[in-house]
Design a protein around this ligand. Structure first.
Ligand code: C2O
Ligand code: CU
Ligand code: CU
Length: 496
């Protein structure tokens, strides 16, 4: 299957020594990662803290959570916006081109580090697990906002504990804007609404249940599955809306659950954006397939819905077919002003497959499970190692192919690559998996820039991406957080 399968160690217990190359000498070229530098002048400077808190989520006792808190030390005060009554961290609003400095102070008793999911930042600011800090320590991030306007997010990235830390509440949105996007006249202010979708499970005392101690559903193989869907940290989420178009920014912030979303009255979705920002023009979908880490932006026009009506967003369980409501939009008031959906949204400036240095011989990554560990090309995560097939060159355009065809334990895997936004250029599924594939395939949105892509069982996917601006050690991994914690993550090195 994989072109490089011959280099992969057959015995995973030796995966640290065969074929990998110790890259320690390449590391930490930034003189001292995590400390502020004199030649960096921030436009916005933020203090971010991970701490223990209590939030009222359900009726009865409050729930103990882990959460991010933030405050602006210098620069635009509107760079940090709280989500009321939520365990989610505040939403960070950055403008393209701004220089950002964030002092992250860790106040919890296990190591952590923060990653800015989807952002193109220098190695030392990417939140690699080797930079994890302990309770009481501070790590300072410095980066320029280079990304297209869009919906990104931040969450912890320590080795082996990303799942529980994100689950107990450590996550937040990060929204990038610029003037070009502002000129489009998209819905804004109260009409620009994020919907962070997460499943959770509570005990009788309203405390969160994770997989620890044999409780909770799912497991290290399937990943955590909760029995209650929260939106923006709230149960039974209702949006009191006006008869007006809305920009809905959806993030699947769940550890492992894949959603298949549809409006209860079967109205189609007008999709305007994906992980890496706006599409070239709007596209329609009958339903949306959203795997952990993925974002999608919608133009949802409620202008024709009468005051008093309710539009329900439903999830269709992709395994059982069971349908249940996860949020509702209640039309609460008449609004006379309106907006119209632009036919052209942005220019993607995408690449051509034939321009890739390896277009005739893509790098292949086989996904499989052995001895209760998830592997990529036969290897589990190693903190400071890369294999020969995990070294790329700065400036190169490359095709990577993820292959989810191993013979046992076939499962969906949302694959995420740090340091880039990519184009999804090809999908193929083995004939014997076509029926299962048909349940989700019309909900993929591959027209825009992506940083996370779902592979269903039996599927192979080709992506096209260019390694620009920063050299260093970055990660690619499955965004099922239990898979990631169980080794389904590897480094790749961008060499000068
Ligand atoms: Cu959202 Cu490496 O992760
Ligand atoms: Cu990421
Ligand atoms: Cu996975």
């Amino acid at each position: 299957m994989g072109g490089l399968a011959g280099c992969a160690p057959r015995d995973s217990s030796h995966s640290g020594t065969h074929g990998s190359r110790n890259i320690f000498s390449f590391l930490n070229r930034s003189p001292s990662p995590g400390t502020p530098s004199d030649d960096f002048t921030p436009d916005v400077e933020i203090a971010l803290r991970a701490t223990l808190d209590e939030v009222q989520i359900l009726a009865g006792p409050p729930t103990t959570v882990w959460r991010f808190q933030a405050e602006v030390l210098q620069g635009r005060p509107d760079a940090v916006v709280e989500i009321p009554d939520s365990y989610l961290g505040p939403t960070l609003h950055f403008r393209r081109g701004e220089a950002i400095r964030i002092h992250f102070t860790h106040d919890l008793d296990e190591p952590s580090i923060v990653h800015w999911h989807g952002l193109h930042v220098p190695e030392a600011a990417d939140g690699h697990p080797r930079f994890a800090i302990s309770e009481g320590e501070t790590f300072t991030y410095e980066f320029k906002v280079l990304n297209r306007p869009g919906t990104y997010w931040y969450h912890p990235h320590p080795h082996g504990r990303t799942g529980p830390q994100a689950y107990y509440g450590l996550a937040g949105l990060l929204i990038v804007s610029d003037e070009e996007e502002a000129a489009l006249d998209l819905p804004e202010g109260p009409y620009d609404v994020p919907l962070v979708i997460q499943d959770r499970m509570f005990d009788e005392e309203n405390q969160l249940i994770y997989l620890e101690g044999g409780r909770g559903r799912g497991g290290p193989m399937i990943g955590f599955l909760g029995d209650r869907i929260l939106i923006n940290g709230r149960p039974n989420f209702t949006l009191d809306a006006a008869t007006h178009p809305y920009r809905l920014r959806l993030l699947n912030g769940s550890n492992a659950r894949i959603y298949k979303l549809a409006w209860h009255d079967d109205r189609p979705f007008q999709v305007i954006g994906t992980d890496g920002g706006l599409l070239a023009h709007p596209v329609q979908r009958p339903y949306l397939t959203l795997s952990p880490g993925e974002r999608v932006e919608l133009w949802a026009d409620f202008s024709a819905d009468p005051v008093g009506s309710e539009i329900i967003l439903e999830n269709h369980d992709i395994d059982t077919g069971e349908t249940f409501p996860i949020a509702q939009v209640r039309i609460a008031r008449e609004e006379t002003t309106t907006l119209s959906l632009p036919t052209e949204l942005s220019s993607l400036n995408g690449h051509q497959e034939q321009d890739a240095v390896n277009w005739q011989n893509p790098r292949t990554f086989d996904m499989e499970m052995r001895h209760m560990t998830w592997l990529l090309n036969g290897r589990t995560f190693e903190m400071e190692e890369v294999a020969p097939n995990e070294i790329v060159r700065l400036g190169d355009l490359e095709v990577w192919e993820f292959v989810n065809e191993s013979r046992h334990m076939l499962m969906p895997h949302p694959m995420h690559v740090h340091a880039v936004q990519f184009q999804v250029i090809q999908r193929e599924v083995l004939p014997e998996f076509a029926a299962q594939y048909d349940v989700v395939k019309d909900g993929y949105v591959d027209e825009g820039w992506k940083d996370t892509v779902l592979l269903m069982p039996g599927e192979r996917v080709k992506i096209l991406m260019k390694f620009e601006k920063y050299t260093g050690l970055f990660l690619y991994h499955c965004h099922n957080l239990e898979h990631e914690d169980r080794g389904m993550m590897r480094n790749f090195l961008i060499e000068p």
